[in-house]
Design a protein around this ligand. Structure first.
Ligand SMILES: [Zn+2]
Length: 360
């Protein structure tokens, strides 16, 4: 038999939740029920469901908001919306908001089983046609450099199912307590579902040669990235320029390498790709906020500064928020990574919801 379908049920009525769980479990599904919808986001990451079933009206969050949240975490995940109200309006609103199916309570067990089986099979088939995930390596001199430069892009990679590695070469002792900054770096990596490679070079004394080159080479050998993001050479901070130089040597055989903006970029920073992050700007803000010790120390970490920066760059791209990149090398015909997935997704009806706005 095929792998059992994994189903998440979000329903504030425990009796209904129990009924659905019982019916589906009898039919071989693995079911997790949540009475409190606020657990749904972490549940999405933890259980990677084939189908999500949600009530339309719950305290705190509506089933319709939940659809957007589900798709932001895992694009394409089928969502079934349930309601007790026999109303065509409800059904239309749910479907317009991207629900895949609509069930009216009381739900017949046969309907439930057939809907779940059909959506789960479609989703699994669609996933098989998707390209293999990219492996992304984002390199920064100090904690929070990467989040400031490509926080939104990394959140989009995460949503697309790519593997993310963050490499930070120093612990930022010059602008904060090392222990705090280290903890913040790990918290941000965890939020991204990324693995953090935290080195301990002396802040403000990072070399553009060894040992920096060797450290980056070691991580490149270990994780074999397909996409690299790193500091630009057009930067006032010597650590940033040093990391740029070292990374150019250490990543010469990587297919896609590009440079991000930092808080100390100069006017010579000349991006030529503008990645739309409309759906991921909130995630970027959250990533920056996790660097608590820097929020007062760094005037560029305010919400209005971050918002106006991504807004400004959008004049060269699409949407209303963009992160800029200087492309060093990009040897793929298609834009690598997330957009491949976006194109695969477009072939299916899986582009619904906020996650549609992947980088161009
Ligand atoms: Zn820095």
């Amino acid at each position: 038999m095929a792998e059992p379908y994994r189903v998440i049920v979000v329903e504030d009525d425990p009796d209904v939740a129990f009924y659905i769980k019982t019916v589906l479990q009898k039919n071989g599904c693995i079911v997790q029920t949540f009475v409190d919808p606020s657990f749904a986001q972490s549940a999405m990451r933890l259980y990677e469901p084939d189908v999500v079933i949600t009530d339309i009206e719950m305290p705190g969050i509506s089933g319709l908001d939940l659809i957007a949240m589900v798709r932001a975490v895992r694009p394409g995940t089928p969502v079934v919306v349930m309601t007790a109200h026999v109303s065509v309006d409800y059904a239309l609103v749910a479907l317009r908001n991207g629900a895949d199916e609509f069930l009216t309570k009381p739900i017949a067990s046969a309907d439930l089983i057939s809907v779940v089986a059909r959506l789960a099979e479609e989703f699994r088939a669609a996933k098989e046609t998707m390209p293999t995930p990219e492996t992304v390596l984002a390199i920064g001199a100090h904690p929070s450099d990467v989040e400031f430069g490509v926080g939104g892009i990394l959140a989009a990679h995460e949503a697309a199912g790519d593997n993310i590695h963050v490499m930070t070469l120093s612990r930022g002792a010059r602008s904060g307590h090392v222990g705090d900054r280290q903890n913040e770096a790990f918290a941000a990596a965890e939020y991204l579902g990324a693995r953090l490679h935290l080195e301990d070079l002396a802040d403000t004394e990072i070399s553009g040669g060894d040992p920096t080159v060797g450290l980056i080479e070691k991580v490149v050998r270990e994780v074999t990235p397909t996409i690299v993001y790193v500091h630009s050479d057009h930067d006032l901070h010597r650590d940033h320029r040093a990391v740029y130089k070292a990374a150019m040597l250490a990543t010469s055989n990587i297919r896609s390498v590009s440079c991000y903006q930092s808080t100390s970029s100069t006017v010579d920073f000349r991006p030529n790709r503008f990645v739309t992050i409309d759906a991921y700007f909130e995630a970027k803000l959250e990533l920056i906020r996790l660097h608590k010790s820097q929020l007062t120390a760094n005037k560029y970490f305010t919400t209005d500064y971050l918002a106006s920066t991504v807004r400004y760059w959008s004049r060269f791209g699409e949407g209303s928020a963009c992160e800029p990149l200087e492309i060093i090398r990009d040897s793929t015909e298609l834009t690598p990574g997330v957009p491949d997935t976006a194109q695969a997704l477009k072939k299916h009806r899986l582009t619904q919801g906020r996650a549609r706005q992947l980088p161009q």
